[in-house]
Design a protein around this ligand. Structure first.
Ligand SMILES: Cc1cc2nc3c(=O)[nH]c(=O)nc-3n(C[C@H](O)[C@H](O)[C@H](O)COP(=O)(O)OP(=O)(O)OC[C@H]3O[C@@H](n4cnc5c(N)ncnc54)[C@H](O)[C@@H]3O)c2cc1C
Length: 280
């Protein structure tokens, strides 16, 4: 129940929208699959994003632009258009198996919660996507996913994301106990046009906020056929994933699982090689 709700607006332009979001007690709503369930009790002014021109997936030069109001289902439907290069984003969207949620929840809403277990955040980090943000003073900036998730809270509106159209290949993998739950661990891998591998894993750190780009593990990815590769890969990846305590005491398990998912993605992408070993 929106017990404190006083006002509802549905602006048609992003400029009107950002003005409205500056008001005390205001909150943006996109698909509502999170806000209608949690964190709405103290919302006094609801700013509905649905009339904004932030829909659609389009090719602009060497970039693919995905609007903030694109739903996870629309990403899945665009699999052919996005191709294997941006496959990780499609697989991350498909990972949301609850169809009601998939049909309503938007890319902007996934990112707007600023959590690392949003699935698409991990895929976007591996793909080195740039988020287009609009600040309260009208300034537009482009930042990476990890930068956005770790920045101090700001009244930014996510307008969309920009991806490299020439990405060679990308994959996403996750594990969640049930279709109703966020992933316990996930990982994504992208291979850029110049052959550079980039791995990311989400849900790390207190409150699951972090998405980590596994730079050292990525540097070892091209070496996956070597006998001692898995041991070196595990050590490098674990070193990059933060160790922390959490309420459920499962943080270490989730670190291990993330490394295994990342190793499997690398092995699968390395000429069909099979990964050696599972979670430690
Ligand atoms: C069954 C189920 C499973 C779920 N699984 C997951 C999961 O695995 N991972 C996960 O992260 N969430 C999960 N959720 C929560 C929710 O579905 C997602 O966070 C969802 O993607 C939010 O998108 P939305 O468009 O519905 O956002 P809303 O609920 O409308 O908004 C969510 C938050 O984002 C802000 N916001 C919305 N759009 C923007 C924008 N363009 N710019 C800036 N801020 C914005 C809103 O102000 C609000 O704070 C799940 C929910 C359900 C019901």
């Amino acid at each position: 129940m929106y017990l404190d709700l006083e006002d509802y607006k549905r602006p048609a332009t992003v400029e009107q929208c950002i003005d409205l979001l500056g008001g005390k007690g205001s909150s943006a709503i996109a698909g509502g699959t999170y806000l209608n369930v949690r964190d709405h009790e103290r919302v006094a002014r609801l700013v509905d994003l649905q009339a904004l021109p932030l829909r659609g997936i389009e090719r602009v030069g060497d970039a693919v632009k995905v609007g903030a109001l694109v739903t996870l289902s629309e990403l899945v439907d665009a699999a052919g258009e996005l191709g294997p290069g941006l496959g990780a984003l499609v697989e991350a969207a498909r990972g949301e198996r609850n169809l009601c949620t998939r049909n309503r929840s938007t890319v902007g809403g996934r990112l707007g919660r600023r959590r690392g277990d949003a699935r698409v955040a991990t895929a976007l980090a591996a793909l080195d996507a740039k988020l287009e943000l609009l600040a309260a003073d009208g300034t537009r900036t482009h930042v990476g996913v990890t930068e956005y998730l770790t920045a101090a809270a700001a009244p930014h509106l996510v307008l969309g994301v920009s991806l490299r159209a020439d990405t060679r290949a990308s994959r996403y993998a996750s594990f969640a106990p049930t279709v109703m739950e966020s992933p316990v661990a996930d990982a994504a891998l992208a291979i850029a046009a110049d052959g550079t591998w980039r791995l990311a894993s989400g849900g790390h750190g207190p409150h699951g906020r972090g998405v980590v780009v596994l730079a050292k593990a990525s540097a070892l990815a091209g070496d996956a056929h070597a006998d001692d590769w898995r041991a070196r890969f595990d050590a490098a990846a674990l070193d990059e994933l933060p160790s922390f305590a959490d309420d459920r005491g499962s943080a270490e398990y989730r670190r291990d699982l993330s490394v295994t998912l990342a190793a499997r993605l690398v092995a699968a992408a390395s000429n069909g090689a099979t990964p050696s070993g599972g979670a430690r």
